[in-house]
Design a binder for this molecule. Structure first.
Ligand code: IFM
Length: 443
C-alpha cells in the first residue's frame, strides 16, 4: 500500500554550499561569526556543493526522492541585503532548479535559513523593522527569477533558533544576548514571513509554508510545579511561534509571564502595532515541522535555555543521538495530533527529521549506520501513525542529504544519508541511503 507521503531530503546553503568568495556573494552573519573564532570550522568550503551540485542532484535522482528542500543564500542574491540584485548568484539557483526538474525532483526552496547579510546586521539586523522590508524585497527578487518553475516555497527555517540562539543565548550568529533583541528578532522574522507569503503567491507560488522547529515537552512528574514549568517551556519554545502563525496572536500566558519577569519593555515586541498580528497570520498552504526530539521538564531546572538531553559527543548512551538528544518517535505522533487539533493546518510536511551518528567508512568502504536507519524507520512509522489517525501529513524530508557543517558543532556531527570526506569532498552513500531508497521505491 502506498504511504501517500512525498519523500524528500533537506539541506541548507551555509551548511553545504561553500563558494564563499565567488560570483559576487556578500558576507553573512555566519561568515563573520566563523571568522571571529566562535565556531570550530567555517562554511567557506563546506561540502563544496556550489561546485559539485550536479553530482548531488544525481545522487538524489538515484535515491528516488520526489522533493529536495534547500535554502537560498540571501547574500548571493543581494550581497548587502538590500539594493542591486546579483544575477550571478541567482544563476546558481536557476541551474539547480532546472537540474532538479530535469530528473523529476520538486524543488522546495527556503528563503531564510539563518544567513542574514552582515550589512543588515550592522544596522541592527532582525531587531530592526527595516529588515522586514529588506526580506520582502529579497523574496520578490528570488520569486521573480524562479517563480515560473518553483511551486512550493518555505519562507523561514526555525525562527525560534534564529531569534533565541542567535539573540538571547548568543551561541549562534549574530551572537547577541538580550531578551529585548530576541523578542524583537522573533517578531520581525515572523512578520517578514507573513509579508513574504503574498509576494510569493503573486509570483506564481502554488504552495507557501514556513518550517517551524518544535520541542514537544511533558512534565517530568505530575506535581503542579512541573506541570506549570512544562506549560511555560512549551510557551517559550513552541507556542510563541505556532500561535501567531496560525492567527492566534502571542500566547497571553507568555505575555504575562514575560511582563512579570521584566522581559518585555515598552516596544520590544511591537505586537500591538496595528496590523502586525494579522500580518504574521498570512494563510499558509502547509506547515513545515522540523522534529528531532522531545523533553521532560521539571521545575527545578534553570531558565528556559537550560534544557537539552545529554552532552553531545561520540558513543552516546543508548536511546540518544550524538547531539545528545533523546530518541523519542512516539512524541512525534502525539505532537502531530496536537498540532492538528490545535491549529488545523491544511497540510503538514515534516521538513526535517534525522539523527547525528558519526559512523564512517569501514575497511571495505561501506558506511554501516544502522542506528540512523533505526531512528528514521521509527520516525517514518510515527508519521504514518499520525496520518492514519487523520492528521494531514503529506511530506517527510530527511535531514540531511549530506554530512555537512552542523553550525557551532562543526563537521564532527554527521546527519547525512551520504558520508562526505571533509578533506576530499568524496561522497559515499551510507547504508541509510540504500534503506531510504528502498523505502521510497516500495511506495
Ligand atoms: O543542522 C540543523 C539545521 O540547520 C536546522 N535544523 C536542525 C538541524 C540539526 O541540528
Amino acid at each position: 500500500m502506498s504511504s501517500g507521503l512525498t519523500f524528500g531530503v533537506a539541506t541548507s546553503a551555509y551548511q553545504i554550499e561553500g563558494g564563499r568568495f565567488v560570483d559576487g556573494k556578500g558576507e553573512s552573519i555566519w561568515d563573520r561569526f566563523a571568522d571571529s573564532g566562535r565556531m570550530p570550522e567555517s562554511g567557506d568550503v563546506a561540502c563544496d556543493h556550489y561546485n559539485r551540485w550536479q553530482e548531488d542532484v544525481e545522487l538524489m535522482a538515484e535515491l528516488g526522492v520526489a522533493a529536495y528542500r534547500f535554502s537560498i543564500a540571501w547574500t548571493r542574491v543581494i550581497p548587502d541585503g538590500r539594493g542591486e540584485v546579483n544575477q550571478k548568484g541567482l544563476d546558481f539557483y536557476d541551474r539547480l532548479v532546472d537540474g532538479l526538474l530535469n530528473v523529476g525532483i520538486k524543488p522546495f526552496p527556503t528563503l531564510y535559513h539563518w544567513d542574514l547579510p552582515q550589512a543588515l546586521e550592522d544596522e541592527g539586523g532582525w531587531t530592526r523593522r527595516s529588515t522586514v522590508d529588506a526580506f520582502t524585497k529579497y523574496a520578490a527578487a528570488v520569486a521573480a527569477r524562479l517563480g515560473d518553475r518553483v511551486s512550493n516555497w518555505i519562507t523561514h527555517n526555525e525562527p525560534w533558533v534564529a531569534a533565541y540562539l542567535g539573540h538571547l543565548d548568543g551561541v549562534f550568529a549574530p551572537g547577541r544576548t538580550s531578551w529585548d533583541d530576541a523578542l524583537a528578532a522573533g517578531h520581525h522574522i515572523l512578520l517578514s514571513h507573513g509579508r513574504a507569503v503574498p509576494v510569493l503567491r503573486a509570483a506564481g507560488a502554488e504552495r507557501v509554508g514556513i518550517a517551524l522547529d518544535c520541542r514537544p515537552v511533558h512534565p517530568a512528574t505530575d506535581c503542579d510545579e512541573d506541570i506549570a514549568a512544562a506549560r511555560h517551556f512549551d510557551g517559550f519554545r513552541n507556542r510563541w511561534f505556532f500561535d501567531p502563525v496560525f492567527g492566534m496572536g502571542y500566547p497571553e500566558d507568555m505575555l504575562a509571564a514575560y511582563r512579570e519577569r521584566g522581559r518585555i519593555s515598552g516596544t520590544t515586541i511591537p505586537a500591538d502595532r496595528p496590523g502586525d498580528i494579522d500580518g504574521i497570520a498570512s494563510a499558509i498552504d502547509f506547515l513545515g515541522l522540523n522534529y528531532y526530539t522531545s523533553l521532560p521538564i521539571s521545575a527545578d531546572r534553570g531558565d528556559e535555555l537550560d534544557y537539552s538531553g545529554v552532552p553531545p559527543g561520540r558513543n552516546p548512551p543508548e536511546g540518544y543521538t550524538e547531539m545528545g538528544w533523546p530518541n523519542t518517535p512516539q512524541a512525534l505522533t502525539d505532537y502531530l495530533r496536537h498540532i492538528n487539533e490545535t491549529y488545523a493546518p491544511p497540510s503538514i510536511h515534516i521538513t526535517e527529521n534525522g539523527a547525528s551518528y558519526s559512523d564512517g567508512p569501514g575497511l571495505d568502504g561501506r558506511v554501516r549506520d544502522q542506528r540512523r536507519i533505526d531512528y528514521l524507520a521509527d520516525h517514518v512509522d510515527a508519521v504514518m501513525a499520525a496520518r492514519e489517525s487523520g492528521v494531514p501529513v503529506d511530506g517527510y524530508f530527511v535531514w540531511s542529504l549530506l554530512d555537512n557543517l552542523e553550525w557551532v558543532e562543526g563537521y564532527r556531527q554527521r546527519f547525512g544519508l551520504i558520508h562526505v570526506d571533509n578533506a576530499t569532498g568524496t561522497r559515499t552513500p551510507k547504508d541509510s541511503y540504500r534503506w531510504y531508497r528502498d523505502l521510497i521505491a516500495g511506495g
